[in-house]
Design a protein around this ligand. Structure first.
Ligand code: F7E
Length: 325
């Protein structure tokens, strides 16, 4: 039986990946914070349904000793490094913790794996934010990086570190360069979940307005359960490489709004209020990914359309709210 270790197991991607690996017969270990274990019904909500099947370890991913001990204890065959400060807007307020969480944690993990479990295959979660103000569109694995946010810079630094461990220390480290990916388990601060949950509240009479920033911003939005399939596939290849994972289709926030409100038969224009606080300095305007390499090499492809995904998010939020009323 293969053993996998997931950092960020209680996040959107971590929870879907844990489900996938359990289905494939893996022994699945995850790292969570002490506060999360103690408040499991809130902080581990994405993995509560799996908790009896998982082996959870308390630790802090940016604390080298903590990671070292967990890797020594688990001796994983595959390690998926998903834990990160991932909300781009927060990075404007607290650059230091984003740099530390995203870079130091990657270093702690790679260095520990190299010392203790050098056969272990590592997945590093890169981001389209590393392309930033890209000179070409769509972007692929050869497009030059030009990050515009501290988040993008932190991910790019960690990505270079991962490459360095691959090239100089001969670790099997594969990196996904993932574009936005959403689901009913997306954090509430991200625009898609903010919209789906507010539409659900409006539908149930619990809210009457939605404040947003730039609704003409464009994103390449995919479906998170599809993206974890790609992560796993990257670690099953003969050689470790980097892969862009994206749909290749751009939609605006406005498109998302229109689809989401139409699920409950409403017109979004009646509910939207612009809040300048949600506009971003140096916004990356339209990143669109070319995932031909993943499609050819990994046999990967998206399974759900934008419309189907938006519908699933809104209907799931309605169901959650109805259950908790
Ligand atoms: O923003 C616009 C906002 O916060 C999407 C992360 O997973 O993907 C994600 O980063 C767009 C932006 O995601 C609001 O300006 C308008 O253009 O959902 P988001 P993100 O910043 O694209 C990348 C690939 C990652 O790697 C990140 O970790 O929506 N927008 N009004 C708004 N966004 C938010 N959050 N809130 C608004 O009110």
């Amino acid at each position: 039986m293969k053993r996998a270790l997931i950092t960020g197991i209680n996040g959107q991607d971590g929870s879907y990946l844990a489900e996938l690996l359990l289905t494939l017969g893996y022994e699945v270990h995850g790292i969570v914070r002490r506060e999360a274990i103690e408040d499991a019904s809130h902080r581990l909500v994405n993995i509560l349904h799996l908790i009896d099947k998982l082996k959870l370890h308390v630790g802090a991913v940016d604390n080298h000793l903590s990671i070292y001990k967990i890797v020594a204890n688990v001796r994983p065959d595959e390690c998926y490094h998903l834990a990160a400060s991932s909300f781009v807007s927060y990075t404007f307020d607290d650059e230091a913790s984003v740099l530390s969480n995203n870079f130091t944690a990657t270093h702690a993990l790679l260095a520990s794996v190299k010392e203790l479990s050098p056969h272990c295959r590592v997945y590093f979660a890169g981001s389209s934010e590393m392309f930033g103000n890209a000179r070409f569109s769509p972007q692929n694995e050869s497009t030059p990086f030009n990050p515009r946010s501290v988040y993008g810079i932190s991910k790019l630094a960690a990505f270079h570190l991962a490459r360095n461990y691959r090239e100089h220390h001969k670790l099997f480290v594969a990196a996904g360069i993932l574009y936005n990916h959403e689901s009913p388990r997306r954090g509430y601060q991200f625009v898609t979940r903010k919209i789906s949950t507010t539409v659900a509240k409006i539908h149930l009479g619990l809210a009457d307005r939605l404040e947003l920033g730039n609704i003409d911003a464009l994103r390449d939005w995919g479906y998170a359960p599809d993206y974890v399939v790609a992560m796993h596939a990257m670690l099953q290849q003969e050689k470790p490489e980097d892969y862009v994972i994206a749909t290749g289709v751009l939609h605006s926030v406005r498109d998302f709004l229109s689809e989401a409100f139409s699920v409950v038969g409403l017109d979004y224009e009646a509910y939207i209020h612009t809040n300048l606080d949600h506009f971003r300095p140096g916004e990356v305007v339209s990143l669109c990914g070319d995932s031909s390499k993943a499609r050819h090499t990994l046999g990967w492809q998206p399974t759900k359309s934008f419309k189907q995904m938006v519908k699933e998010m809104v209907l799931t939020d309605i169901e959650h709210l109805e259950r908790n009323q």
